[in-house]
Design a protein around this ligand. Structure first.
Ligand SMILES: [Zn+2]
Length: 150
């Protein structure tokens, strides 16, 4: 995720993301959000939902018992959200967000589906950002048709 959007999440939810300044043995949040910007809204809503649930449970936002994300990333095209101090209700919210991530383009946030290319990369993307489309190639690899033409 871009540094700007990462900073927005860190400053809006300082309690949930307090692991960002911790050593790797304690938290992997120092790596930031290991996914593309298309999931920003999804992660924002999930973060707000988690902190809201913790408030309703009567937890202290400055206490050690407040929920703490330890790693947020994409794996096999879906969101992975690892957390400490999560109630059953919070785990349900995370499960819903993971399910939603399987239908949201990780690059732009439009409706998407899981795509797999011949290098076995897996990503949830919209039609415009399909893994081997010319537009996706702007983000990295070069499509075969271009190699043949050149
Ligand atoms: Zn897209």
């Amino acid at each position: 995720m871009s540094p700007e959007k990462t900073e927005q999440l860190y400053s809006a939810f300082p309690g949930l993301y307090r692991g960002k300044d911790k050593i790797p043995q304690e938290s992997l949040m120092y790596q930031g959000f290991e996914c593309d910007d298309g999931w920003f809204d999804l992660i924002w809503k999930l973060s707000a939902g988690i902190e809201n649930a913790a408030r309703i449970e009567g937890l202290d936002p400055d206490g050690d018992g407040w929920p703490e994300a330890t790693q947020v990333k994409q794996k096999f095209g879906a969101l992975r959200f690892y957390i400490r101090n999560a109630s059953d209700e919070i785990r349900i919210l995370i499960g819903e967000a993971v399910e939603a991530s399987e239908k949201i383009c990780e690059i732009c946030g439009a409706p998407g589906s899981r795509d797999i290319n011949n290098r076995r990369n897996v990503k949830t993307v919209c039609a415009d950002h399909a893994l081997d489309s010319p537009r996706q190639s702007e983000h990295g690899s070069m499509p075969v048709w271009k190699l043949l033409k050149d």
